[in-house]
Write a protein that binds this ligand. Structure first.
Ligand code: HEC
Ligand code: HEC
Ligand code: HEC
Ligand code: HEC
Ligand code: HEC
Ligand code: HEC
Length: 503
């Protein structure tokens, strides 16, 4: 008897064939590129995006289309019963051809599994890498990525602070990551990327992988090299001992900022704004469970507002909100360059002019850099024509340095700089510690959250650098470098100091 006309296999339909083409294409294209990437020392970001994100997506998509086509073909044949004889292929392992098919399918299956594992593993590492976080969405992440590279955490991966260990947070981060990719694709992301980060993982689970408050830091001697905005850029040095502290009383010394704030007491607060800049209500629970509530006398909250909260428990990032994305304010950034000698201290008014140029209104980084380069030489041309010719090289070098400062800490396209992201460690250019330690937060019993200048640090020397160098170092009260006709310690420093040079 003549065998019935052989029917085409289920996958031999237009849709499955298209899927097959896509899948095979992606594999054929991806394999050599992956080999290239694995044996190359440095991963190229865009190549990696194609190999580990786009091609697997196309490959798996192709496979899905093949299956969809087969299902569709299966349904079609069901609807035409005359074709129902050979719905699914019959397998007869006595027939050499079928043996070949089985062995072949198993082999292909194995290769596919290996391929997917390797791709998956590489994709995992790639999406966890600093390159991925910082560069793939480079427009969006540019401010954070750039500032990060100049921070003490430049070698700590983004995910170590932003995701941390454990499967739960891994999945969460990939889900919110998927949304972020969508936001970037549709350009619906906010400018600047807002902080505080709403669902940041509690700092105990991230920072404390590497630092823990019971580790005693003692006091840290810090040197602040400041300059006035006068013609001579007069230097003013402050040396102080910051009582960082920490510790574990079971094994030895304990005290200082970390001890009071993190270990001995639990502090919680209510902020009246999204950015947590204004803190009218603070609650302290000490080790014995005694609770003290402090209210700002400037803007106390009523019982209803307190009940509404939300109450946030203070942790590392309430002080260290910029451990790695430090957007220096213009005056500090300029001072760093002055003391490193990259800005010429001998140029009159160079600090003031640099700040003026850095704080101009610019739409783009390119526009700013052009204006800065031109602006500084224009200033000397106009005000100090002799210098403009005699010290042309120093002026153009300094202008170049100011332009570099701009591209490190100022991001007009994302509206990100020290104003949108102030640093809460300290109290000079934003309220920082003085959000609570302003001397105006009182408890019912009349206690005050202290503003005493020697609580957190003691000044050991201050004045012109020659005077400081002549010593000796000894504890002394704060002396404001210029006479502004009042006792500045009665005020919040940030009332005058906004990062633009006390002006
Ligand atoms: C040392 C820990 C640490 C590392 C490393 C780190 N971040 Fe952050 N990041 C933080 C903290 C803390 C905040 C904000 C805290 C807050 O809520 O105020 C933050 C905030 C952000 C924000 C919100 C906007 C802002 O500036 O506040 C973005 C975006 C961001 N990080 C991206 C990155 C990227 C990209 C990397 C890697 C290139 C990275 N981070 C590495 C700790 C870190
Ligand atoms: C993977 C380890 C790691 C993680 C996670 C980490 N850090 Fe660090 N951190 C370091 C290292 C290493 C240094 C020392 C860098 C140096 O001395 O230059 C450091 C330094 C610091 C410093 C001192 C900076 C300075 O100017 O000297 C602070 C403050 C700090 N980290 C806070 C944090 C906070 C807050 C977090 C969590 C948001 C955090 N770190 C998460 C490794 C880490
Ligand atoms: C009340 C505010 C506050 C809190 C809360 C806080 N810190 Fe600090 N921390 C400081 C100050 C202030 C310094 C001194 C740094 C300076 O002046 O640059 C400091 C310094 C540090 C340093 C550098 C120490 C050194 O000697 O170099 C590390 C690391 C650090 N903190 C980690 C943490 C971690 C981790 C947490 C959370 C468990 C935390 N801090 C909570 C205020 C705080
Ligand atoms: C959310 C409010 C808040 C912020 C912000 C804050 N503190 Fe405090 N701080 C408190 C409270 C409340 C106390 C405890 C007062 C008490 O003992 O009843 C305290 C106590 C302290 C003490 C111990 C004071 C003493 O009399 O022994 C130190 C040191 C300290 N804080 C340092 C800092 C530093 C440094 C910063 C900024 C980096 C800072 N704090 C930011 C609320 C705050
Ligand atoms: C609640 C803790 C706290 C109190 C109270 C406090 N300071 Fe500070 N102050 C800090 C911290 C933390 C820094 C370090 C900031 C940094 O590392 O950049 C600082 C830095 C400074 C600096 C150096 C600033 C700079 O960048 O040049 C001066 C000056 C200063 N404080 C003066 C004072 C005076 C004056 C008072 C009293 C009115 C005072 N502080 C009260 C925590 C405090
Ligand atoms: C009434 C306004 C005012 C207040 C309040 C004030 N300052 Fe100043 N401060 C100035 C002026 C003006 C200068 C000189 C600016 C210049 O020439 O660069 C200055 C200069 C300084 C400098 C020298 C470096 C620089 O930025 O020029 C330091 C350090 C300083 N002040 C610390 C403080 C501290 C700490 C506080 C808070 C306790 C404070 N000031 C409060 C007005 C003020």
């Amino acid at each position: 008897m003549k065998a019935p006309l052989k029917k085409p296999a289920l996958w031999q339909n237009p849709l499955s064939l298209l899927g097959l083409l896509l899948g095979l294409g992606a594999t054929a294209f991806g394999l050599p590129m992956m080999a290239l990437d694995i044996f190359q020392r440095h991963t190229d970001t865009y190549l990696a995006v194609v190999i580990y994100l786009v091609l697997p997506f196309v490959g798996v998509g192709g496979l899905a289309i093949v299956l969809l086509g087969m299902w569709w073909e299966h349904r079609r044949r069901l609807r035409h019963p005359d074709a129902a004889l050979h719905l699914l292929p019959k397998l007869d392992l006595n027939r050499p051809k079928h043996q070949l098919i089985v062995v072949g399918s198993l082999l292909i299956g194995m290769v596919a599994v290996i391929l997917f594992s390797v791709t998956g593993y590489r994709a995992y590492h790639f999406t966890e890498s600093v390159t991925f976080c910082g560069l793939v969405c480079h427009q969006v992440m540019k401010p954070e990525y750039t500032a990060y590279q100049h921070s003490p955490h430049a070698r700590v991966a983004c995910v170590q602070c932003h995701v941390g260990p454990g499967a739960g947070w891994f999945v969460r981060s990939k889900l919110s990551g998927a949304y972020q990719v969508y936001a970037v694709a549709t350009k619906s992301y906010p400018k600047p990327i807002a902080s505080p980060v709403k669902n940041l993982r509690p700092a105990q689970e991230t920072c404390e992988q590497c630092h823990w408050p019971a580790k005693f830091f003692g006091a840290q001697q810090k040197n602040f090299m400041r300059y006035l905005t006068d013609e001579a850029n007069t230097p003013w040095e402050i040396q102080m001992l910051i009582k960082v502290g920490g510790g574990d009383p079971k094994v030895g010394a304990a005290g200082g900022i970390h001890w009071h704030m993190n270990i001995a007491k639990e502090i919680a607060y209510i902020a009246s704004d999204e950015k947590r800049e204004v803190i009218p209500w603070v609650r302290v629970t000490d080790k014995d469970g005694k609770v003290t509530e402090y209210q700002s006398t400037e803007q106390p909250l009523n019982a209803e507002q307190v009940a509404k909260g939300p109450i946030r428990r203070m942790d590392c990032v309430d002080c260290h909100n910029r451990p790695s994305h430090i957007f220096l304010p213009p005056d500090k950034a300029v001072e760093v360059s002055l003391s490193a000698g990259r800005l010429d201290h001998a140029l009159p008014f160079v600090k003031r002019e640099a700040i003026r140029l850095l704080t101009g209104e610019y739409a783009t980084e390119a526009e700013a850099k052009t204006a800065i380069r031109r602006g500084l030489s224009d200033f000397y041309q106009k005000e100090y024509p002799d210098l403009a010719t005699g010290r042309a090289a120093a002026i153009s070098q300094s202008a170049e340095e100011v332009a570099r400062i701009f591209s490190t800490y100022f991001f007009p396209e994302m509206h990100s700089d020290w104003r949108s992201h102030p640093n809460h460690v300290g109290h000079l250019n934003s309220d920082g510690c003085f959000r609570c330690h302003d001397g105006l937060h009182k408890s019912a019993a009349g206690n005050i959250i202290t503003k005493d200048c020697n609580t957190c640090h003691t000044i050991l020397a201050q004045g012109p650098p020659e005077e400081v160098a002549a010593g000796p170092l000894k504890e002394q009260p704060f002396r404001h470098p210029v006479d502004v006709g009042m006792d500045v310690t009665e005020y919040k420093c940030s009332q005058c100091h906004t990062g633009t040079g006390g002006l």
